[in-house]
Design a protein around this ligand. Structure first.
Ligand code: PLP
Length: 387
């Protein structure tokens, strides 16, 4: 080719980077267009097999690396990324459910997952029904011929009941029903969901995998090739690509995730143990404490706990008082999500969310960050006084 014009020279040069650069960080590869050497190479590559790169939506070396690491942590084979945890949940539903099908969700499911279930029921000809999270093998009685999927969450959001996963999986598989778990609380570290029989693991990477209170991302992990292919098709049809800068941030946080998880666990248990001894608190809803429904199952199935738990205040305190408690906290900030380095506290109107909720006291959820637990306890103590 003759000498290039300046505008073209801005975009093309004969330079090629020397081989031999190596470092621990995974490179951030951005791409919408992926280049092929020739037409035959383009025709030979398909996004379904992921044997090569085809289009940015299906990933670059950065996201492929993140998917492989997440699958390995979870004990799975395949992983698909989504722009948020909720998008990962939607990917599972749209991949596996169609008009006329039935899906079962626990009554303590992450509330936007419940809202999605209600939407499927209202507008998509699917029925979404809710079950008692402590139902165990009794789920068999709820399975209909058109039931395709059972969602589980261990422990469930906000009220923290721990389900009997092996019992639910056995009942589901006896009737060819798939079981999905929202395994965000365990980060894939404290619960081996696949070993307990679960078919599909969903993670909100927004939480401990990111750890920075900055990134939104989700993942769906499986062991079965055919199941992954169904999910991958939904991923494609819904256009659930992720940004590579965000994928890099998660990759950067993963090496410290286990250390952070264990530090959050230890700190949360010491704060929860202190709360357990306080007259203001009626129940500590932390799976490692006997007050929490499903505590025995947690002891059987889990090897650790997250830094997220709830408490029920004694019924003599009004909502106005417990709101004042939350407003009086100084180190604990008020805000949704969790899994970052900073402590958070959110009050929930649990009676409005849950059917058949018996307890009268106000529920407050704590996310224990990486501050010194003694300082967190002192903060709670001064907020009790202000209440
Ligand atoms: C945060 C969360 C989600 C959703 O994750 P986003 O990335 O915020 O959409 C799903 N399930 C659980 C249990 C969560 O805590």
């Amino acid at each position: 080719m003759k000498k290039k014009n300046p505008q073209t020279a801005l975009m093309h040069s004969d330079y090629t980077a020397p081989k031999g650069f190596d470092a621990f960080p995974v490179a951030i590869h951005h791409a919408s267009t992926v280049l092929f050497n020739n037409v035959a190479a383009m025709r030979a590559r398909t996004w379904q097999e992921k044997s090569g790169y085809t289009y940015g939506l299906h990933g670059t070396p950065t996201s492929f690396t993140l998917e492989a690491r997440l699958a390995e942590i979870e004990g799975g084979q395949y992983c698909l990324l989504a722009p948020s945890g909720l998008a990962a949940i939607a990917m599972v539903d749209f991949a596996l459910l169609k008009s006329g099908d039935d899906v079962l969700l626990p009554d303590n499911v992450y509330n936007p997952n419940r809202d999605l279930g209600d939407w499927l029921s209202k507008d998509f000809g699917i029925t979404a029904r809710y079950y008692d999270p402590l139902i165990g093998a009794g789920i068999a009685d709820l399975i209909q011929p058109n039931t395709r999927l059972i969602w589980t969450e261990a422990p469930g959001s906000v009220s923290m009941e721990v389900p009997d996963l092996p019992a639910i999986c056995a009942a589901a598989h006896a009737k060819d029903v798939l079981v999905a778990i929202d395994n965000t609380w365990s980060a894939g570290l404290a619960l081996r969901a696949f070993d307990l029989g679960v078919d599909i693991v969903m993670q909100a990477l927004t939480k401990y995998q990111s750890g920075g209170s900055d990134v939104l991302m989700g993942a769906v992990i499986t062991r079965d090739k055919e199941l992954n292919a169904r999910l991958q098709k939904a991923h494609m049809r819904l256009g659930f690509g992720v940004g590579m800068d965000d994928a890099y941030l998660v990759l950067r946080s993963l090496p410290t995730m286990k250390l952070r998880f264990e530090a959050h666990d230890a700190a949360a248990r010491s704060v929860a143990a202190w709360l357990k001894g306080r007259p203001e608190i009626a129940k500590v809803l932390h799976p490692a404490f006997a007050d929490c429904p499903g505590h025995e199952i947690w002891k059987r199935d889990f090897t650790g706990a997250a830094g997220l738990f709830s408490v029920l205040f004694d019924a003599r305190y009004s909502e106005e008082q417990t709101d004042r408690f939350v407003d009086s906290l100084k180190l604990f900030k008020i805000g949704y999500s969790w899994g970052g380095t900073n402590s958070l506290c959110v009050p929930y109107r649990i009676q409005a969310i849950r059917k058949n909720w018996q307890d009268k006291g106000t529920l407050v959820r704590f996310n224990i960050g990486l501050e010194d637990p003694q300082d967190l306890i002192a903060d709670i103590e001064q907020a009790f006084a202000a209440m």
